[in-house]
Design a binder for this molecule. Structure first.
Ligand code: GDP
Length: 301
């Protein structure tokens, strides 16, 4: 089930509850059954759905609630809060895993992800996002594996008017990454975004290369780019990336398409990592910051 339908199903389950004359345990159970099956059909992990269900049940404990409380409002709030909790790993933004680049230092962000996830596109989108907020941003193409990768990044960068670095001759991505970062650091850039190569599968070689690049450029943040439409595969894929690259943030792409989204939601929980931005289209401006409350509000319309 695509995200828009998920929102509609949850909404209609909630309106059903609102319409019923007596909001008792049975009515709440009916609503919960509908909400949970909608989440499962959207590929949200079964354990997460069970936790959500238990938490909501605990919050709407009618035996403990007094006679004058607004049961509908309590039920609606419980659902809203638990849906937020589903996409919120509660990681302290300012802690070591903090994502936000600061203008008073040079921030290096490294991108990882499978081929086709939307890495190169998202690098440019993020670069432009921060460029428009006053950062001096440079893009480095450390993908020497895919023919045409540098040209793609270059075209995007030119369109966005972002300085870029790459090589047509150097075949070692670690060397290109190191040179690019060093160049931009020397020129006092305060945000350097490094695009790495993606591949079709989770290959050992790819992970080894990622680790080497990371050890060389020492990023302040590593972002995994995840295609929201890949369903349940998102969970295992992001776990594998987490083990080798230890990314601290996720960009979820293709949220404009027919994304089920549930697999990606489960990836947040599986890796305990926040989604920081979502990609909402193919153009360089199609990026939005992600916050759990906004996401759930939008989901529920
Ligand atoms: P990479 O192999 O991970 O670097 O992926 P690319 O950046 O080349 O993107 C693969 C395809 O996905 C391209 O056709 C992009 O235009 C498209 N794409 C990337 N992000 C989005 C998005 O948020 N929405 C849509 N609809 N397409 C996207």
């Amino acid at each position: 089930m695509v995200l828009a339908d998920l929102g509609r199903r949850i909404n209609s389950a909630m309106s059903e509850l609102t319409r019923s004359n007596v909001v008792d345990e049975k009515a709440v159970d009916n609503m919960l059954r509908e909400v949970c099956s909608a989440l499962l059909e959207s590929d949200v992990n079964i354990k997460l759905v069970a936790t959500l269900r238990n938490n909501i049940k605990k919050k709407i404990n009618f035996k403990e609630l007094g006679p004058n409380v607004n049961r509908r409002r309590i039920a609606q709030k419980a659902i809203f809060d638990e849906l937020c909790a589903l996409v919120d790993p509660h990681v302290d933004e300012k802690g070591d895993g903090g994502f936000k680049p600061r203008k008073d230092r040079c921030n290096v962000i490294m991108f990882v992800g499978l081929q086709g996830a939307g890495k190169t596109t998202s690098c440019t989108k993020l670069a432009l996002w921060y460029h428009r907020r006053g950062f001096k941003v440079g893009l480095v193409c450390a993908d020497t594996f895919r023919a045409g990768a540098f040209d793609q990044l270059k075209q995007n960068a030119i369109k966005a008017k972002i300085p870029y670095y790459g090589s047509y001759t150097e075949t070692d991505p670690v060397v290109v990454a190191a040179e690019g970062v060093a160049r931009f650091k020397q020129e006092k850039f305060n945000l350097i975004i490094v695009d790495t190569s993606g591949r079709h599968r989770q290959e050992t070689e790819l992970f080894a290369e990622m680790v080497q690049i990371s050890q060389t450029v020492k990023p302040n943040q590593t972002i995994m780019v995840l295609d929201a439409s890949i369903g349940q595969a998102a969970e295992s894929q992001s776990k594998a990336f987490k083990e080798s690259s230890d990314f601290g943030a996720i960009i979820l792409t293709k949220m404009d398409g027919h994304a089920k989204g549930g697999g990606a939601i489960s990836a947040v929980a599986a890796t305990n990592t926040p989604i920081v931005f979502i990609g909402t289209g193919e153009h360089i401006h199609d990026i939005e910051p992600f916050t759990p409350e906004q996401f759930v509000s939008k989901l529920l319309g």
